[in-house]
Design a protein around this ligand. Structure first.
Ligand code: IMP
Ligand code: MG
Length: 174
């Protein structure tokens, strides 16, 4: 496998900050009274923490962990639930917070299992979307940025657990 390098900053800190605050306002507008955010670990934790701080009023949180990538950049097609939620979703306005929707397999699976827990509503917010990679049709109501088919890291996103700490989003390629 060729060595991978950070080749380009795709989204700057400023671009991300601006868009995340817009997304927070949009979600708040749709759910002014209460919203329950569910972040998909680990990639979404940075996005969640910024989204949350742009959202005044009542917000509650929970976390789950799923894995579709064993290692590296190719999907195994298999999704595993590694950590389940702490609290019930019954009657709540739930928004899944995810870093990126790529093939859509992970979100499709998560939406199915969370819908079965009888939330009042279930929506999804993704910071990034790569529509050209989609293998399954999945609905994502809030999308931060639509990007081309390039592997990106930073702002929570990793390659082999590295680069999550970059404050911007960068392209990783050979
Ligand atoms: P999907 O099931 O193919 O939609 O994959 C979603 C998951 O794959 C995301 O939550 C990420 O963890 C990972 N992923 C997909 N594309 C990228 C990328 O460009 N950089 C880092 N992680 C990615
Ligand atoms: Mg992820």
């Amino acid at each position: 496998m060729p060595e991978l390098h950070l080749t380009e900053i795709l989204l700057s800190q400023d671009q991300i900050r601006k868009r995340v605050s817009e997304m927070a306002a949009e979600i708040r507008r749709d759910f002014p009274d209460d919203v329950h955010l569910i972040a998909v670990l680990k990639g979404a934790f940075v996005f969640l923490s910024d989204l949350l701080r742009h959202m005044p009023g009542y917000v509650s949180l929970d976390f789950l962990a799923a894995s579709s990538y064993a290692k590296g950049t190719t999907s195994s097609g298999e999704v595993r639930l590694l950590k389940d939620l702490d609290s019930s979703l019954e009657g709540r306005n739930v928004v899944i917070v995810e870093d990126i929707v790529d093939t859509g397999l992970t979100l499709h699976y998560l939406q199915d299992i969370l819908r079965a827990r009888s939330p009042k509503s279930l929506r999804t917010a993704c910071l990034l979307s790569k529509p050209s990679r989609r293998k399954i049709d999945v609905s994502v109501e809030y999308i931060g940025f639509t990007i081309e088919d390039r592997f990106v890291v930073g702002y929570g996103l990793d390659f082999d657990e590295q680069y999550r700490n970059l404050p911007h989003i960068a392209v990783l390629e050979a």
